[in-house]
Design a protein around this ligand. Structure first.
Ligand code: FE2
Length: 590
């Protein structure tokens, strides 16, 4: 059976193709359209998935959309009406948006893809998150937790799931918390208040939190109350997002926390305001963690299960994930590589396969490499045409050369095989560098990523070496597989891993097993032989404001526009000639 899953129209559109129960292709639209967080209908992603599998739309047994769009329309209309007349300005906008595209998804899919309307199915948004987390994890029975901004009405669900033999797969979400009460919206409101872009700057809030003290938790608890049933409720007077006003927090919110940060003001931790913003970040982070932890502990008590699968955008919060693993009572925590809405494309398709069509249970590959493959010949061609030094090397020689470059302080663009699905570079589209000196972190932030200096970089380490350098709790290696947890760097290694150790001594480490990305694993070994420390700095291969590179030409364009010294795709090694002036994207593509 061939099932296409689609996630679209909110943020991070994506398509995924399941053939005989196994994902064979999945890609985010932004990687192909080159518009970061592209939310449009993912036609290019769909076309790539079908082409990759050699299928036409007529071959599809079903196309599954990742949420019930009419329920979402009901929520948007109901909230707009409830907030009237405060919502009068946003009402026409909400109607236009919903009636324009979101509500009529079946017709859009039918007309874009030419599939009969009866083959178009819908899953609940949080059912998609739950399926993406559970049906891709190597577990047969688990408790389920999902948390995000909002889907149709639900913002957080809990339940349990089981993969049975003979097609008896079940995912049951027993309880939900509904909009406008939302942990994702709470965090996003603070993201906006702290002057960052919502749906993009949440990482920055988590990074900033490490510089602050959670001194404002009591104030945060005034805007989010705990309820007697173990849930939570946001206090409406502090929020505006549900009324569609131009900002998400209210005057009462500003009275409580002080003036908001303007996006163009620098964060100076030497000033009272700078420290207040860091303390706000630390406090909302702490309250988020405590709330999730209480819900997870209840879930553990109620289900008695050892495994927890966690999905939804809130599961990108690696600090919270690490606390869930260490303190909730669950023995193992599974967070997929794409827990956010993009991952719902895989989730929706798997949900339809296992539960709607009742197809038999199948193991799913335990890696995120489902996107387009990089073409090493294309890289060689583009780089030669541009007058750069290009070599084709055997793997042993290449790995040794690259390890030597890294040990000498050079920065390497690393492209290998199929691209990752999800927001993180996990070894196939990475910028790699030596992790030892803080100066490397500052150089990467300044010359390559053009981003705020308080944001940390992540390390990648061979799984077999991870516990030597990082304090991983039981189950930590699994959480570190897809970089889903933040853990302490062992104190004795912090000075030698300064470029990847955050100000609070932590790191969002990826622990890499050889079968997942064998060439990067071998490179870590070669680097370890030279330096004694098989750890590298690993950051996503993109510059600020752009999606992660996909094709070789995009990697090359990025290489030419910033301070990357060498570039690898397959056997091709490109070394930047000294004194080469930077080129614009347009020149490279021309
Ligand atoms: Fe979501």
């Amino acid at each position: 059976m061939k099932i296409l899953g689609i996630s679209a129209h909110y943020h991070d559109s994506a398509a995924a193709l399941i053939v005989d129960g196994v994902p064979v292709a999945a890609v985010q639209q932004e990687r192909l359209s080159r518009h970061k967080h592209d939310a449009g209908f993912p036609l290019e992603a769909i076309e790539w998935c079908l082409e990759h599998a050699g299928l036409a739309t007529a071959d599809l047994d079903a196309v599954v959309f990742y949420e019930r769009s009419m329920l979402k329309l009901e929520r948007i209309l109901t909230c707009s009406l409830r907030a009237f007349p405060r919502s009068w300005r946003s009402f026409p906008h909400a109607i236009r948006n919903s009636l324009g595209e979101k509500a009529w998804v079946r017709g859009i899919i039918a007309s874009y893809l030419g599939v009969p309307r009866r083959r178009i199915l819908f899953t609940g948004h949080h059912a998609s998150h739950a399926a993406a987390a559970f049906l891709t994890a190597p577990t047969r029975r688990a408790a389920i937790l999902t948390a995000d901004g909002v889907g149709e009405w639900a913002t957080l669900t809990v339940g349990r799931a089981e993969r049975g033999a003979g097609g008896a797969t079940s995912i049951v979400l027993d309880r939900e918390i509904r909009f406008p009460h939302s942990l994702g919206m709470l965090y996003s409101t603070f993201t906006a208040y702290l002057g960052f872009h919502v749906n993009d700057g949440e990482y920055k809030v988590m990074g900033l939190a490490a510089y602050g003290r959670p001194t404002l938790c009591d104030a945060v608890r005034k805007v989010i109350h705990r309820t007697s049933d173990g849930g939570f409720a946001l206090v409406p007077e502090y929020f505006e997002y549900h009324t569609g006003a131009s900002r998400s927090f209210s005057d009462a919110f500003v009275d409580l926390f002080g003036p908001a940060r303007h996006p163009y003001d620098p964060i100076d931790l030497e000033t009272d305001d700078g420290r207040r913003f860091a303390d706000c970040a630390a406090s909302v982070q702490r309250v988020l963690e405590d709330t999730l932890l209480d819900i997870a502990r209840d879930l553990r008590r109620q289900t008695g299960l050892g495994d927890l699968c966690f999905g939804g955008g809130v599961a990108l919060n690696g600090v919270a994930n690490a606390r869930l693993l260490a303190e909730s009572g669950f023995e193992r925590l599974f967070v997929p590589p794409a827990p956010g809405d993009a991952g719902c494309a895989i989730g929706a398709a798997l949900y339809a396969d296992r539960i709607y069509f009742k197809n038999r249970d199948r193991d799913v590959p335990d890696h995120p490499f489902t996107g387009p493959s990089v073409d090493a010949d294309e890289l060689a061609r583009v780089a030669r045409d541009d007058g750069q030094q290009v070599e084709a090397l055997d793997d042993d020689v290449l790995l040794d050369r690259v390890a030597g470059d890294l040990a000498a302080g050079r920065v390497v663009g690393w492209m290998d095989g199929a691209s990752e699905f999800g927001p993180r570079a996990l070894g196939h589209r990475s910028i790699l560098a030596a992790p030892h000196a803080a100066a490397m972190r500052d150089r990467l932030n300044r010359d390559i990523k053009s981003r705020e200096e308080f944001r940390p970089f992540a390390p990648v380490v061979r799984a077999e070496d991870a516990e030597r350098y990082f304090e991983l709790p039981p189950g930590g290696l699994r959480l570190a597989r897809f970089m889903s947890g933040v853990f302490p760097v062992r104190p004795e290694w912090r000075a030698r891993l300064a470029a990847v150790t955050h100000v609070d001594g932590s790191a969002r480490v990826q622990a890499l097993e050889a079968p997942m990305a064998p060439r990067l694993h071998a490179l870590l070994g070669a680097y370890g032989e030279r330096t004694g420390v098989p750890v590298l700095l690993n950051t996503s291969f993109n510059v600020a404001g752009e999606p992660i590179v996909n094709r070789a030409v995009e990697g090359y364009s990025t290489f030419r526009r910033c301070g990357i010294d060498a570039l690898v795709a397959g056997p091709t090694l490109v070394t930047k000639r000294a004194g080469t002036p930077p080129r614009s994207m347009r020149e490279v593509y021309a």
